[in-house]
Design a protein around this ligand. Structure first.
Ligand code: 5GP
Ligand code: ZN
Length: 154
């Protein structure tokens, strides 16, 4: 069973239509693998989404080249946002799967200019498990990493 169910086929989702130019978007930047455009729901002025051009649902479905390209575009856009909007901070945020907060199931990363007391809440309830539990989590991940022959793609 796939980890994330793709409810909208490639080419038919809202971001594929933006990539294709079939629906309008305020584009900021594009290259071979990525496109950056204004989020229609601006949390703060200058809130941009960096999407893969190819339809991939989550970070796990990106190729290594796409993953690298997305971060490079996010870095460029963040630097431009710093210059253009002079924020106090910038949050990069990226959600995967409904439980992870994803609402559009085509990979994208938010580049969000932040300001002191802007009211944006990213407060996570944290637990501080015992050291042996942390070591157990790390071992689970190390084993999973060893089992991966290559980064999974769509
Ligand atoms: P997510 O919740 O998946 O991390 O983010 C999806 C984002 O896509 C939301 O912030 C939402 O405002 C934005 N969005 C949804 N539909 C459209 C659209 O048609 N155009 C643009 N530019 N952004 C959209
Ligand atoms: Zn798509």
């Amino acid at each position: 069973m796939p980890m994330f169910v793709d409810t909208s086929p490639p080419g038919h989702c809202i971001f594929c239509k933006i990539v294709a130019g079939d629906i309008p978007a305020a584009k900021v930047y594009e290259d071979d693998l990525t496109v950056a455009f204004m989020d229609i729901g601006q949390v703060n002025p200058g809130h941009v989404l960096v999407a893969s051009k190819r339809h991939a649902v989550t970070v796990i479905n990106l190729t290594p080249e796409e993953a690298a390209a997305v971060m490079q575009t996010a870095q460029r856009v963040a630097a431009a946002a710093q210059r253009a909007f002079d924020p106090d901070g910038i949050t990069l945020f990226q959600a995967n799967g409904e439980a992870g907060g994803q609402t559009v199931f085509h990979f994208h990363m938010h580049v969000l200019p932040r300001h002191e007391n802007d009211g944006v809440a990213l407060a996570w309830p944290r637990k501080e498990p015992a050291v042996h539990l942390l070591q157990g989590y790390a071992q689970q991940l190390q084993q999973a990493l060893q089992e991966q022959t290559a980064a999974p793609t769509v």
